[in-house]
Design a protein around this ligand. Structure first.
Ligand code: FCB
Length: 484
């Protein structure tokens, strides 16, 4: 990539530039086509769980505007599009034969992408568990993993050869720890032991799903998307160093080690020993299923984290960190850590610190410590307080800056030896941002929710230019061209 100042910085040929969405966040039409109820329908309709009581009932109305949205992906010039399948559209009650209307919708996506020369990257599970399975206990129950494998097989049978890449799970950490630990996500349970058991059954379900996909469709390229984050210690005090290691264990190693080394990290097994059922649910043979070889690893990256030991919040504050008033985050209190942040660093509308170096760091770490399989950045992006200007445009220079910085980090990691082969912006369009409802906009495309009109933002044109050039253009060139 080495380029003199002012030159374009090129990506390798065929670098998989894409954009991503997820079913519950964009589709709407929650009762159409025989779709069953998911845990996110239940959760978002429970008072107090989402910002403003927002739900995904209508979302971006993507289910009904599919062709228009696929045209947008084509206009973006994306070489790949990452979408997720809503499990309750395929199996409304989480078991039994596939619902043909549900399969049809995703067949239309796959074929619509292929006809536009865009590679379909399909995620099987982006958090919308059929409610019927939650009623039987959800991911803390082993049977959910078997149900997931059955569902994976059904989707593979029907869409098999059209799909370019398969992602079993999106961010199992969030499903397990936000869903069953802190309760910030559906199904809203706050129980560390259940979160740990859910972690194992998600990973076991992943392994079983990989088998199911490959037995139906042997040539399938299969991976998983993990949200990985570098964890920094607030100070070099040994207690803070140990605190950062515990968070790294929970956030990163708890997933990377079983997937790529066939074991759970011993410090984490010890830590969660007293939280029943926790990892007592692991059975002989499970880790072999979890650690079978993958074709690629997906990494979702947004921001790093900094923590102090819970007993050292005064010291962290004394050296200048902002120490947020402790909210009742069960995951952190169980790990005996205090999340902190350094004031005056650039942050997104989510409050997430902008630190592209963290992405390069994680890319290099997985290559060095865990796996040689190719890596895709399956999500990266930022929410900012965008608005439609009187001239009808949406100017989002901060998002362009964020994406540019992170794409540079991708190239740096490549130079340092990471086999990173693709990058997907989160997200193609503004959408239902889970507990934050519609209050956070991550899109390259603005969605006017009352009318569902789509307006490509400046970042859309910037990204299209980047993909077309297969290079990062110097900033001056880009901005003048955006409004030429
Ligand atoms: C990730 C999720 C994605 C979106 C982004 C902002 O954790 O996978 O659905 O919400 O965060």
């Amino acid at each position: 990539m080495s380029a003199a100042n002012g030159d374009a910085i090129s990506f390798p040929r065929g670098f998989l530039f894409g954009a991503a969405t997820a079913a519950y966040q964009v589709e709407g039409a929650v009762t159409a086509g025989g779709r069953g109820v998911s845990i996110w329908d239940t959760f978002s309709h429970t008072p107090g769980k989402t910002f403003n009581g927002d739900t995904g009932d209508i979302a971006c109305d993507h289910f009904l505007r599919l062709d228009e949205d696929l045209d947008l992906v084509a206009k973006l010039g994306a070489r790949a599009y990452r979408f997720s399948v809503s499990w309750p559209r395929i199996q409304p009650t989480g078991k039994g034969r596939a619902n043909p209307e549900g399969l049809d919708f995703y067949r239309r996506i796959v074929e619509g992408l292929r006809s536009r020369d865009i590679l379909p990257v399909l995620t099987l599970y982006h958090w919308d568990l059929p409610q019927a399975l939650q009623d039987k206990g959800g991911w803390p129950q082993r049977d959910t993993a078997s149900r997931f494998a059955e569902y994976a097989g059904l989707v593979a049978e029907s869409l098999g050869d059209g799909v370019g890449k398969w992602i079993t799970l999106n961010e199992p950490w969030c499903s397990a720890w936000l869903g069953y630990g802190s309760g910030h996500h559906a199904p809203g349970i706050r129980d560390i032991g259940q979160a740990a058991a859910a972690t194992h059954h998600l990973l076991f379900g992943h392994g079983e799903a990989v088998r199911a996909i490959r037995s139906t469709f042997p040539a399938a390229e299969v991976g998983i998307s993990l949200n990985l984050t570098p964890v920094r210690q607030a100070t070099s005090h040994p207690d803070d160093v140990a605190a950062a290691r515990r968070v790294d264990g929970n956030a990163n190693r708890l997933f990377l080690e079983p997937l790529f080394k066939g074991r759970y990290p011993s410090d984490m097994l010890e830590h969660y020993q007293s939280s029943a059922p926790g990892f007592s649910v692991v059975r002989d043979g499970d880790l072999a299923a979890i650690s079978q070889p993958l074709d690629f690893l997906g990494i979702n990256y947004y921001t790093p984290r900094t923590v102090a030991d819970l007993s050292r919040t005064a010291e962290a504050s004394a050296v200048g960190y902002c120490v947020p008033v402790p909210e009742s985050d069960l995951i952190s209190s169980d790990l005996r850590v205090q999340p902190v942040h350094w004031p005056a660093l650039p942050r997104t509308e989510m409050g997430w610190e902008v630190q592209p170096a963290g992405l390069a760091e994680m890319l290099m770490r997985v290559g060095r410590e865990y796996t040689e399989v190719p890596v895709l950045v399956t999500e990266n992006g930022a929410a900012y307080s965008d608005y439609v200007a009187p001239d009808g445009s949406v100017r989002d220079p901060e998002r362009i800056h964020y994406l540019d910085g992170h794409l540079r980090a991708v190239l740096q990691a490549r130079e340092a030896g990471s086999d990173v082969r693709g990058y997907f912006v989160w997200s193609l369009m503004d959408n239902f941002e889970w507990a934050f409802g519609y209050s956070k906009r991550f899109g390259l495309v603005w969605v006017d929710y009352p009318t569902r009109t789509r307006i490509p933002k400046d970042s859309f044109r910037w990204y299209a230019q980047t993909v077309r050039a297969n290079a990062l253009l110097p900033a001056a060139q880009v901005t003048t061209r955006l409004h030429a």
